[in-house]
Design a protein around this ligand. Structure first.
Ligand code: FAD
Length: 232
């Protein structure tokens, strides 16, 4: 695990993203594009390669960005993972089995609660000071304790793990290996580190970007420039 590096997106030392391994670099992306006219080479990345990467991104030539891979170990609440698994193309996943192992007592407790957005029914807004934060935290904690206690009680009654887990909430942490290529990763980050995405999901998307960017610095730089231009 030479790549191993861990970030804690939710700040609770439970939720994490670890870079497990990677293959490929910016040069490989340029080479994959240049092979079409016999121009791939062992030479180090140069300014022409950088220009080519910029061109490929801007003209949606996606396939040269697929000849690489990045594997992350992701520990996230189930409600984050449910959004993650919607990404089907170029994303591989293996997840811990709640049938096989007993679920650990790992609960995401929000450090602060947000209000429902008044206009966008899918969105949230910061608390304007009128939300009883302490009471919300107490209710959340109590609900978790009751649910996890019920899980333990069911296991104590010899109920199978695959059924007992049914009482556990979406704040339960689950862990997976996720492997992306750069094309699918940029697509994921573009959709999930976005104003419209849930805040906790955005924090995970940013962690992926922080870990992957040093591996493909030119691609990320050019992609970010493109996204910024498109936003105006
Ligand atoms: C802010 C936000 C809110 C969302 N809210 C909801 C919601 O309320 N309910 C809900 O169900 N989902 C929701 N989603 C999920 C969303 O609809 C997509 O499923 C998810 O973002 C994955 O995007 P994708 O299909 O582009 O990605 P991928 O599945 O990774 O696909 C990548 C690309 O491959 C191509 N592709 C993949 N599969 C096919 C296919 N079968 N046919 C043709 N082309 C394909 C498409 O070009 C696609 O963009 C939400 C997503 C976001 C970002």
């Amino acid at each position: 695990m030479t790549d191993a590096r861990t970030l804690y997106p939710l700040g609770d030392q439970l939720g994490s993203v670890t870079l497990i391994q990677h293959a490929g670099d910016d040069k490989m992306i340029a080479n994959a594009a240049r092979v079409s006219f016999g121009g791939d080479s062992d030479a180090p990345l140069n300014a022409r390669d950088e220009k080519l990467i910029r061109y490929l991104l801007r003209h949606q030539h996606g396939s040269p960005f697929e000849h690489n891979m990045i594997t992350f170990k992701v520990i996230c609440p189930i409600f984050v993972d449910r959004q993650w698994v919607r990404h089907r193309a170029g994303v591989s996943k293996n997840e811990t089995s709640g049938r096989y192992v007993e679920q650990q007592e790992r609960n995401f407790q929000p450090p602060s609660f947000r209000r429902q957005a008044p206009s966008n029914r899918q969105a949230s807004v910061e608390d304007d000071g009128t939300l009883d934060q302490a009471e919300a935290a107490r209710v959340w904690e109590e609900a978790w304790k009751a649910a996890y206690g019920a899980y333990q009680t069911l296991l104590g009654l010899s109920v199978t793990r695959e059924q007992a887990r049914g009482v556990l909430p979406q704040s339960l942490y689950t862990e997976s290996y996720y492997t992306f290529n750069v094309r699918s990763l940029l697509h994921f980050i573009g959709l999930r580190d976005h104003d419209g995405a849930q805040y906790e999901m955005r924090l995970y998307a940013r962690a992926l970007a922080e870990l992957a960017e040093p591996l493909f610095p030119v691609t990320f730089r050019e992609w970010r420039a493109l996204v910024a231009e498109q936003a105006h």
